[in-house]
Design a protein around this ligand. Structure first.
Ligand code: CP
Length: 318
């Protein structure tokens, strides 16, 4: 399904509110940009800032590239040298950005749902800035999900009926939580795998848990999740984690790769723990879409930022 409509959003913070039509519209717009489509000239300057309170390479960089391609003026923000270090709250930091004239903020934050009290304002609060979620704790990662969907659509031209396995550190994965919602909504068959202690009933609503070796031969898409060691400090299993054992039991190695369907693909949001989730020599293999995902991310983020600019009537974008 492709449409000619353009999506308008006040904020882009979760995939939970997106319709299938929104998804197809955003993919279509991202493909337009990817294939050299012109951006709309801005009728006045639009200022954006990227506020990353957690580490990032691809999300931060590709949002910045996307903003520059759209003609936005990007205002640097470094949390380590900001007044957050003096105790200023996230709300007050955003209020400051709003007052200074920043129109849009892309935020990555370790706290789940950090955006809720920034968009559901209390009486008397005046914050007026467009928010794009660059990832919140283990909650949502809308831009990763949308670029993943674009990458799947690039290869298969559809979602309905595709078998997609999401494998690995489910507990900590905002990538899994966003993807399982939209893949399910779009008619894909979702499966989960990896260590059973990272699977819980929360996921059962969206798909079925199976051992990796029962899935590899059957799946159209194998979506690997990064083992998030930085979030495992409190995890009873972390002390005993062995990357070689994980790779043997759950990783995609040459033997599992050889059993995949001819037209199947492997995805990974990055950064990859090479030799853990995926054998190092398979990162750029024919079935791997790791590089394509990162490339698509720029154009999908352009479509997402543009949708918020349209929703907020910024720069005269229609
Ligand atoms: N996939 C992803 O979010 O990567 P970064 O942490 O490098 O942004």
């Amino acid at each position: 399904m492709m449409t000619n409509n353009l999506t308008s959003l006040e904020h882009f913070v979760t995939v939970e509110d997106l319709t299938n039509e929104d998804v197809f519209n955003l993919i279509e717009r991202a493909e337009y940009f990817k294939h050299g489509g012109a951006v709309q000239p801005l009728s006045e300057p639009v200022f954006a800032t990227n506020m990353f309170f957690e580490n990032s390479t691809r999300t931060h960089t590709s949002f910045e590239v996307a903003e520059r391609k759209l003609g936005l003026t990007v205002i640097p923000f470094d949390p380590g040298h900001s007044s957050v270090k003096k105790g200023e709250t996230l709300y007050d930091t955003l209020l400051t950005m709003d007052a200074i004239g920043v129109d849009l903020a892309v935020i990555r934050h370790g706290q789940n749902d950090y955006y809720r009290n920034l968009i559901n304002l209390k009486p008397g609060q005046t914050l007026n800035i467009g928010l794009v979620n660059g990832g919140d704790g283990s909650g949502q990662h809308p831009s990763q999900c949308m670029l993943d969907l674009m990458t799947i659509h690039d290869h298969f031209g559809k979602f309905e009926g595709l078998k997609v396995a999401i494998i690995g550190d489910l507990t900590n994965s905002r990538v899994a939580r966003s993807n399982m919602i939209l893949l399910n909504q779009l008619g894909a068959e979702v499966y989960f795998s990896g260590p059973e202690y990272w699977y819980s009933e929360e996921f059962a609503k969206y798909g079925t848990y199976k051992p990796v070796d029962d899935l590899v031969d059957e799946m159209d898409v194998i979506m690997l999740l990064r083992v998030q060691h930085e979030r495992h400090a409190q995890d009873a299993n972390e002390g005993t984690f062995d990357g070689n054992e994980y790779h043997k039991n759950y990783g995609i190695n040459k033997e599992r790769y050889s059993r995949m369907k001819d037209n199947a693909i492997i995805m990974h949001p990055g950064p990859i723990n090479r030799g853990v989730e995926l054998a190092s020599e398979l990162v750029e293999a024919e079935k791997s879409r790791f590089k394509a995902q990162m490339h698509n991310g720029v154009f999908m983020r352009m479509a997402m930022i543009e949708a918020v600019m349209r929703g907020r009537n910024l720069g005269g974008i229609k």
